[in-house]
Design a protein around this ligand. Structure first.
Ligand code: ADP
Ligand code: MG
Ligand code: MG
Length: 211
């Protein structure tokens, strides 16, 4: 399908369903190297997002309107690290998606803006065992796919696949940002929860563009 407002709404609902379905798994990952609440945080946030979507009286005019609703809702309902990080990602992404549809370059711009938001907020770079380790390869893959002439749905699929590879690559890393960094070397051998949820979010974006 076209990457349009209906896609953005489908993406949002799919993200909510998946983070709720995988709440225990995300909590479990966070229990290993954090405080065990990552699934809870995202399930609470996206439940609130869907409630606000359902309460809208008019269809949003632009993709960015949907992303802004997500951003403000996550910022006000999710504490901890993930709320402000995802909130800033969606807010930055909203600023570059003020149109009803996105072509491949615009999909790349959206993903780049999201990554920039996370980096601006959390100051992490790749290799620190954070959500950046899923976002950064996703952006890279989206750029490469777009340069190769891929359609928007294929660009999103490439981003999701790269994010999933990025998640697996967090396992051996030692965390140097966020709560997991308190464990030092003992954080190695565990998959990062935030990178995992990033891959869920990006796979939902890709699937929503196919359905
Ligand atoms: P908290 O650690 O406050 O309980 P969450 O459990 O919801 O928050 O989120 C933890 C995730 O946040 C980590 O797995 C990591 O991916 C991400 N994270 C933490 N700090 C940073 C940071 N500075 N930059 C990017 N991502 C980060
Ligand atoms: Mg936590
Ligand atoms: Mg917490």
């Amino acid at each position: 399908m076209t990457v349009d407002v209906a896609w953005a709404i489908g993406w949002t609902r799919a993200t909510a369903e998946r983070v709720i379905a995988r709440r225990a798994e995300l909590n479990g990952l966070d229990r290993q190297i954090g405080d065990g609440d990552h699934g809870e945080n995202l399930a609470r946030g996206f439940t609130a997002v869907v409630a606000r979507l359902d309460a809208l009286e008019e269809e949003p005019a632009a993709i960015g309107d949907v992303l802004k609703l997500i951003a403000t809702t996550l910022m006000s309902t999710v504490g901890g690290a993930a709320g402000p990080l995802y909130g800033t990602a969606y807010l930055r992404a909203a600023k570059v998606t003020g149109s009803p549809t996105l072509d491949s370059r615009a999909v790349v711009a959206m993903l780049e803006a999201g990554l920039e938001g996370i980096v601006a907020r959390g100051k992490a770079t790749t290799g620190e065992k954070t959500m950046v380790d899923a976002w950064a390869p996703a952006v890279e893959a989206a750029v490469a796919a777009t340069d190769a002439g891929a359609e928007p749905a294929a660009v999103l699929a490439a981003a999701a696949t790269a994010a999933e590879a990025g998640v697996a690559a967090t396992i051996p890393l030692v965390a140097t940002k966020g709560r997991a960094s308190y464990l030092g070397e003992r954080s190695a051998g565990h998959q990062d929860p935030g990178a995992t949820s990033t891959a869920i979010v990006l796979r939902a974006a890709a699937d929503a563009a196919v359905d």
